[in-house]
Design a protein around this ligand. Structure first.
Ligand SMILES: CC(=O)CC(=O)SCCNC(=O)CCNC(=O)[C@H](O)C(C)(C)COP(=O)(O)OP(=O)(O)OC[C@H]1O[C@@H](n2cnc3c(N)ncnc32)[C@H](O)[C@@H]1OP(=O)(O)O
Ligand SMILES: NC(=O)C1=CN([C@@H]2O[C@H](COP(=O)(O)OP(=O)(O)OC[C@H]3O[C@@H](n4cnc5c(N)ncnc54)[C@H](OP(=O)(O)O)[C@@H]3O)[C@@H](O)[C@H]2O)C=CC1
Length: 291
């Protein structure tokens, strides 16, 4: 199947990055969000990130202008009806995602491939809430999307070969690399990464180290580009907690118990970079550790 137009649902940090890379690779993109402000912010951020790529001589000014011209925005979900591929990248909450699919499905062409960028939720269960489980897949991009090479491809129990092959070809057209994961809670990347981040929060909670000592230890001791607490803030603490809850509920093992400090931060609205405060405070010129 020829994929030319892509609908992206959710204009947060992942939605804007996904729209950016698809537009730069020549796809027409229609980006939607319930929040008009998020749509405006996403467009500005895409423009800024494309400009950064021009400065670093990764792309030309005309590549940037052409990519921006390929991105349209809408607040009406039904406008995505004519797209060939839909990527849902809204908040990591199953009720939010299923409500989106239920609203969207009546407007879609029969051949449209439906995907979710979920970090952890069962693809089989999400697919079962649509009219096309055989054309439904997990399509998991990494943050920041324009920089990260990997896309995890997750087949639900009903996904057909044609859909998998079509998405594999899309990943190649973006110049990225696919890794296949089976449909178990949090797939591969977050099954491994999120317990490490959660353990870093326990290390802080139990007073083994400060925010700075934990991040410095992991950056300089294991050559990670970001420390685990800095990375948690970058991903979003609400998303980290949601993933730990899916692991805990889905695998029924206490080793996945979310750290109470992570829960408390989310309850306080301290969600990391996106809310201005998490393990670091981002309101000044440089991030300041909070513990
Ligand atoms: C939660 C999930 O479900 C799954 C996930 O995504 S888990 C999270 C996965 N992501 C990570 O682990 C990220 C870890 N961090 C990193 O790799 C690095 O810190 C980073 C790439 C984010 C930034 O690297 P840095 O060296 O500190 O910053 P900086 O020098 O400004 O940028 C590095 C490059 O990225 C580019 N870049 C950074 N952010 C960008 C963006 N949003 N858009 C476009 N380009 C961007 C820069 O232009 C630069 O490009 P070149 O090297 O080609 O010149
Ligand atoms: N952050 C990360 O590092 C990664 C996240 N992901 C996954 O990507 C998805 C998005 O995450 P991320 O971009 O970080 O989250 P953000 O919180 O940055 O963005 C989510 C966006 O979705 C919007 N939204 C909520 N409900 C709806 C709806 N019904 N219709 C349309 N838009 C809606 C939110 O609006 P509002 O703010 O008004 O609620 C917000 O603008 C999640 O499933 C997450 O697990 C995958 C890989 C990495």
């Amino acid at each position: 199947m020829q994929i030319a137009t892509v609908g992206v649902i959710g204009a947060g940090q992942m939605g804007n990055g996904i729209a950016h890379v698809f537009a730069l690779s020549g796809y027409d993109v229609l980006l939607t969000d319930v929040n008009t402000d998020a749509l405006h912010k996403a467009r500005d951020l895409i423009e800024k990130n494309l400009a950064r790529q021009v400065t670093r001589e990764k792309i030309t000014e005309s590549d940037k202008d052409a990519a921006l011209a390929r991105i349209s925005t809408t607040q009406t979900l039904a406008d995505l009806g004519g797209t060939d591929l839909v990527i849902e990248a809204a908040t990591e909450r199953e009720t939010v995602k299923t409500a989106i699919f239920e609203d969207l499905v009546p407007h879609l062409k029969p051949e449209t491939i439906l995907t979710s960028n979920t970090s952890s939720i069962s693809i089989t269960r999400l697919a079962s809430r649509t009219d096309r489980p055989e054309k439904f897949m997990g399509f998991h991009f990494m943050n920041p999307v324009p920089v990260m090479q990997l896309v995890e491809l997750i087949r639900g129990i009903a996904t057909d070969r044609e859909t998998y092959d079509a998405l594999l070809a899309v990943v190649e057209s973006l110049g990225k690399t696919a890794a296949s994961a089976e449909d178990f809670p949090a797939f591969i990347v977050n099954r491994i990464l999120m317990p490490m981040i959660n353990e870093a929060v326990y290390t802080l909670y139990e007073g083994v180290g400060s925010v700075i000592s934990i991040d410095t230890a992991m950056k300089l001791g294991t050559n990670h580009p970001m420390g685990p607490l800095e990375l948690a803030d970058f991903i979003g603490l609400d998303t980290c907690l949601a993933i730990m809850n899916v692991l805990h509920d889905g695998l029924a093992d206490t080793k996945y118990r979310p750290c109470p400090l992570l829960t408390k931060y989310v309850e306080a609205g301290w969600l990391g970079r996106k809310s201005g405060r998490g393990f670091y405070d981002y309101r000044g010129d440089t991030p300041v550790p909070t513990r």
